[in-house]
Design a protein around this ligand. Structure first.
Ligand SMILES: *Cc1c(COP(=O)(O)O)cnc(C)c1O
Length: 361
C-alpha cells in the first residue's frame, strides 16, 4: 500500500445520503432528507440574487482574503477583521487548526461520541487522541479536565454537540477555560450557535478570545441555509489566525459563497423564520414522540437524537424505503438511535407517521 499508515487507519466519514441518490436507487419520486442538519428551507430571495450576481464574475478568482465578508462579520460581532478566518465550511477550519497546531504525537482531547471530523483531522495529523466519555449524552467537563496533561495541545468542544444536541453552560465552560494550560488551544465549534444562543445559560465564548488560546467557529451551513456552498467562519487571536492563514489554500472560499454569506447575514427576517420553524417543529416532534412513548434527548439544535428501542439500521432502512432519509447512529456506537433533523411542518408529519408504523409493527 502506498498511503501513509495512519491514513489507512481512518474510517471514512459516512455522510447523510443525498436525495437524488435515494431516488435513483429506490426508484422513488418523493424523498425527504432529515439526515444532515441542513435548513429545510431554501435560501432566501436576497441570497439567491446575491449568488446570481456573483456568478457573473466567476471567470475571476475569488478574493482570497474575503474582505467584505470579514468586514460584515467584524461589524456584527465586534471583532477586528484580522481576527477572523473564513473556511470552505467550518470543517475546513478544523482541519486548518490541526494542521497548524497539532504536531505528530501531541495530545488532543475529543469527546467519545461527537462530531467525527475532530477525530479524522487528528488522525491525519498523527496526533495522540484522548477520548472523554459523555455523561447522560452531555460533554463531561470533569472527564475532559482529568485527561489534560502537559502534552495536551488542543481540546475540541462542540457546543452544542452533534449528534447529542446537548450543550454546556457558562459555568462548565468557565471551569474548562480556567483549567486549560496556557499553551493548549481550546477549539469551540459552535455550528448550531444560532439555535442555542438564547437557551438559558448558553456561554459567550467570544469573551475568552482575548485571554486564552481560543478558537470559536460557526457556519453558514445550518441556520443560514448555505450547506451546499461550503462556507464557515472562525474567530481567534491575530496570532492564531495568521498561523491558520499559512496553511490555508489561497482561494479556499469561492466568490458565490462569499456574496451569498454576506446577504444571508443581512437577512434577519429569514433567520427568524428559520428559528421559528425549528422551534415549532421541535415542539411538535417532542409531543408526538412523547405520546408514542419514544425516548429522545432534548436538543438545543435543529435535530433530535431519538432512541428507537431497536436496531437503528433496521429503522433507517425501513424509513428509507418510505423515502425518508435519517441518520443511523451505529458509527457513533449508539446502536438503537437515529438522528433526525427538524424538517418542514409536512416533513415532520410524514416522518412521525412512518416511524409510528415501523415501530408498531
Ligand atoms: C455541521 C457541523 C459543522 C460544520 O459544517 P460545515 O458545513 O463544514 O460548516 C461543524 N461542526 C458540527 C458539530 C456540525 O454539526
Amino acid at each position: 500500500m502506498l498511503a501513509r499508515k495512519n491514513i489507512l487507519k481512518i474510517k471514512p466519514y459516512i455522510p447523510g445520503k443525498p436525495i437524488e441518490e435515494v431516488k435513483r436507487q429506490l426508484g422513488l419520486k418523493k424523498v425527504i432528507k432529515l439526515a444532515s442538519n441542513e435548513n429545510a428551507l431554501r435560501p432566501s430571495g436576497a441570497v439567491i440574487r446575491a449568488a446570481r450576481r456573483a456568478v457573473l464574475s466567476a471567470n475571476r478568482y475569488p478574493d482570497g482574503g474575503c474582505f467584505y465578508l470579514k468586514k460584515e462579520l467584524s461589524k456584527r460581532f465586534k471583532v477586528k477583521p484580522g481576527r477572523i478566518i473564513i473556511g470552505n465550511g467550518s470543517d475546513e477550519i478544523i482541519i486548518l487548526a490541526v494542521k497548524a497546531f497539532l504536531a505528530k504525537g501531541e495530545e488532543v482531547i475529543i469527546a467519545k461520541q461527537t462530531f467525527l471530523i475532530y477525530e479524522i483531522a487528528s488522525q491525519i495529523g498523527e496526533a495522540k487522541i484522548r477520548y472523554a466519555p459523555l455523561k447522560n449524552y452531555r460533554y463531561d467537563i470533569d472527564a475532559i479536565i482529568r485527561l489534560i496533561t502537559d502534552k495536551t495541545k488542543m481540546i475540541f468542544i462542540a457546543n452544542p454537540d452533534n449528534p447529542a444536541g446537548t450543550y454546556l453552560g457558562k459555568r462548565e465552560i468557565e471551569r474548562l477555560v480556567r483549567s486549560a494550560p496556557r499553551d493548549t488551544i481550546l477549539y469551540f465549534d459552535e455550528a448550531y450557535f444560532e439555535f442555542a444562543k438564547n437557551m438559558k445559560d448558553f456561554p459567550d465564548t467570544m469573551k475568552y478570545l482575548g485571554r486564552k488560546n481560543v478558537i470559536v467557529t460557526r457556519t453558514f451551513s445550518k441556520a443560514y441555509s448555505l450547506a451546499g456552498l461550503r462556507i464557515g467562519y472562525g474567530f481567534s487571536s491575530e496570532n492564531i489566525i495568521e498561523c491558520l492563514n499559512r496553511v490555508r489554500e489561497p482561494f479556499n472560499v469561492n466568490s458565490v459563497a462569499q456574496e451569498a454569506a454576506i446577504a444571508a447575514l443581512c437577512d434577519k427576517a429569514y433567520l427568524d423564520k428559520t428559528l421559528k420553524l425549528v422551534q415549532n417543529g421541535k415542539a411538535y416532534l417532542y409531543e408526538k414522540l412523547g405520546s408514542l412513548g419514544i425516548k429522545y434527548v432534548p436538543s438545543a439544535t435543529n435535530f433530535i437524537l431519538i432512541d428507537v428501542g431497536m436496531n437503528s439500521k433496521t429503522v433507517f432502512k425501513r424509513l428509507l424505503k418510505r423515502g425518508i432519509i435519517v441518520r443511523e447512529m451505529s458509527p457513533w456506537k449508539l446502536k438503537n438511535f437515529i438522528r433526525v433533523t427538524i424538517g418542514t411542518v409536512k416533513e415532520n408529519r410524514v416522518f412521525i407517521k412512518a416511524l409510528k408504523e415501523i415501530l408498531q409493527k
